[in-house]
Every structure is written in C-alpha cells, then in structure tokens.
Design a protein around this ligand. Sequence first.
Ligand SMILES: [Zn+2]
Length: 513
Amino acid sequence: MSRVAVYLRLSMEDTDDRDESNSISSQRVLIMRYIDCQEELRKMERAEFCDDGFSGTDMKRPGIQRMLGEVKAGRIGCIVVKDMSRFSRDYIELGTYMNQIFPFLGVRFIAINDHYDSREHKGNTAPIDTAFHTLLYDLYSKDISVKVKAALDSKCANGEFAFGTAPFGYEKSKEIKNRVIVNPDEAEVVRGIFSMAYAGNSSTQIARMLNEKKMPTVMQMRCSDRKNKDGKIRAWSTQAVRHILNNRFYLGEMTYGRTSRKYVGSRAGVKTPETEWKTIENHHEPLVTAEVYEKVCSFHDGISVDRKTEKHPLVGKIYCGGCGYAMAYKPLRGKNKYRRFECYKHATLQIPDCCTYFSADMLEELVLSILIKELMLRGDAGKQKESLRSFQKTCIEKLEKELAENRNQRKLLSQEKADLYESYALGKMDVVSYKEKAEELTEQKYLLSVRERELLEEFEGISEEFRKTEEDMRQIIRFSRMEKLTQEAVDIFIKRIYVYKDKRIEIEWNFRE
Ligand SMILES: [Zn+2]
C-alpha cells in the first residue's frame, strides 16, 4: 500500500516574515489535521519529509530529493503540502511536476491553502513550456504581496525618509536624521508649476513659460558645480514638468514599495502594481493642497509615469486566446492601476472565452522564465548535438577531399588528352581510334565536372548548416543569461504569444527547427 507524503519546508526568507504559520510545527499540524479529515488519506501510512532552512527556488534540498526518490520508486501515492510554494518557488519546476511528472507517476498532489487537489484537475495535460495554470498565477500574486519589510514600514510611519535623495522642493534635514524638510528656493518653483497647471496650462506650455523666464532647471539648481560643464543647453522639458505634477510627494504623501525583489523565480527587481504600493499621508510638509492637486490631475488626464518606462517589450506579440485578435497594451495611466494587456475585441464581440486582461508585468516575468528555460533546454540539446556537429565536420572534410581528388583527376584527364593528341599528331595512332579515345576522355571529364558541381552544392549546404548551428548555440548561450526580458530577445525568439482566460499562455517560437 502506498503512503502519503507530508512535505514541510522552511527557509531563511520565511523567518524574516515572523509569520508563525510558516513554522515547521504549524505546517505539520495543519497537514496532519487535513489528512485526519480525509476519509481516503487517513488510513494511509504517513511519511514525513522536511527541509529546514532551504529556499524554495532550488530543488537541491535533501528532504525533497528523498521524497522524490520514494515517489519514483512507487512508494508514495499522495503528497500533501501547506501551499505550493513549500514544494517549489520556481513556477516552471512546479508546473513540470504538477502537469507532467506527478500525473505520469500517478501521484496525487494536494496544496491545502491553495485549495488544490490534482484529482480535481484531471485532463489538464497541456505541456508545461506553453501552458500555465491559474494556480500559478495565484502563487505569483500571493508572493509579490509579501515584500515590504516590516522595518521599512515602521521607519516610514515615523516620518522618516529612508531613500536616497529628497525629491525636488525638499532636502534632507541636517538636524534630524532621515527627515525631509522644505527647501524654500526649490519649493517656490514647484508651487509655481502647480499654480500654472491650476490655471489650465499644459505641461508643454509650462515648460515653455519656465524657459522664457530663464528659470534654472532641477539639475542646475541642484548641481551648481555641474552647470553647463558639458556645454549642453539646459532647459525645462515637458517631461520634467509632468514629473513634478505627477508626484504625490508634494501632497505630503510618502509612497514606497514600488519595486520588489523577493518573489518567485526573480533575480532582478520588478515594478509592483500600483495597488500594492504603500502610502503614508502627512509624512512631511506638503507644498500643494489636495484641492489644487486634484484639479491639476483632472486637467492633465493622462499625465502619468515617464514615457520611457511605458515601453513594454511584448507589445505587438500578445494575442487573445479566446478570439484570436491582438491585445492592446494599457500602461499605467489615470484609472489603470497596473500595466496590462487587454483584448481589443472583447467589448464589441463579447466572446465568453476572451482573455479580457492580463497583467503585463506578470506576463513579462512568465515569458522571461519560459524563454530562459527553453533556451537552456535547447542549449543542452545543442551540447548533445556535439556528435552531430562532429559528423558534419567529418562530412565537410570528406567532401573537401573528394573535391580535391576530382580536380586532380580532371587535370590528369586533360594531360591524357594532350598526350593522346600528341600521339595522333606524331602518327602513332589512326584517326578513328584517336577520335574514339578522345571522346571517351571528354565524356569522363564531363562526368567529373557534373560530380564536382554536386559536391560543391553539398559542401555549401552542409557548411551553411554547420555555421547556423554554431550561431544558434552562441545566441542561446548569450540570451540564456539575461535577467530581464529585452526587446532584442523578444524579437529574435518569439513569434507570438496567446494568452487565455485561465491565465495559461502559449508561445509560438521563432526558433529554426
Ligand atoms: Zn478576445
């Protein structure tokens, strides 16, 4: 009779949260209680596997390896974890186990807090490279919400300013550490900009007015020593004005938690959805009133983040899996609280299967990790193709040799023909046998030239193939190390991506087969 595996994991990151519910003992209690309530499981023998102090992003954990060994030996019929991230924080890995390995081995997988039981999700056998389950989406969302450290929370709540340089209009206090105070000169400029906007001027008009008044720029006011050193003319830009009008810091608000590092599979920092930013009101002295700020915002609908952060590498590649139409990219703007892709046609066609929207940041992360995985797989396959490459090399060498031989033979034939003519000219042979022999040699020469053309064609084909393989390998190696999805990588490798209502995605690759 197969056993039920209880898998427990606690990592260093988890202890940071001071979340008691993650401790090994409370994981154990939760799982045991769950099993006790399950008719079918409660009768089974239990086997506990535990990894204390191991991160979920790596599968090299002694406990999990032992458990997987037992699973492969057919001694485990069911695995129970508190939540999926206990098993793995690498969603590719997790998906591979859930969608492929466990179903293949006939192992049931239960993640209690995710309300997931593989028995209720049968038939979801889409290959993992291209398909993602809703649950992985949940896992992702849950993970990014746990990111701002408690220490930062309390610092900000106490009115401390714990980040680099103070925004324009403010400076760091020299008396009290980590506190921002108003810088009168800069504040005057900020207030001026707000009052011009309040009067109905656009950002461009404001920038022009500031330049007409020869108002020094932020850069000039802040770094007097760097003034025009590089010979560039400094002027207020629309962008700079927008940047100020768009900053709620002038309302006395402090916002933080805009980027996050700590979540599934990520190495680089990512922007968090605006809804998850934390804001503290009355953090410092405001430069504008809420009334002015709101009115300015209503005039300047669409002033939002800098345009340069608006670019998304996946624009133009995303298609709705429900209706097949391209999806529109919606940047952060006005009511949009997070960057996303939306189905163009849903509003008019009302197709129920449409993927109405998909978070752009999440999509970017998913695509990045799938792409890297794919590149690594192909890189491995390429390494295994070493024998193919050496075969190609041998072919090339053989062809070269044959070509050289062919040329040599033709030379010999030409020589023979010349000799033949000489014999004939010297009267050593009659005209009939000369003609006969000469024709034979011409025929032989012709056959050799035909063969040479064939060989050359073959040679070029195989050399081209060989060069492509090498080039592909180089590209794969280069891109499999990227930490952020770049436009270049998307253009090279991805044809299009279909996204589905249940948050699955399907990638059509550009790879040469
Ligand atoms: Zn659609």
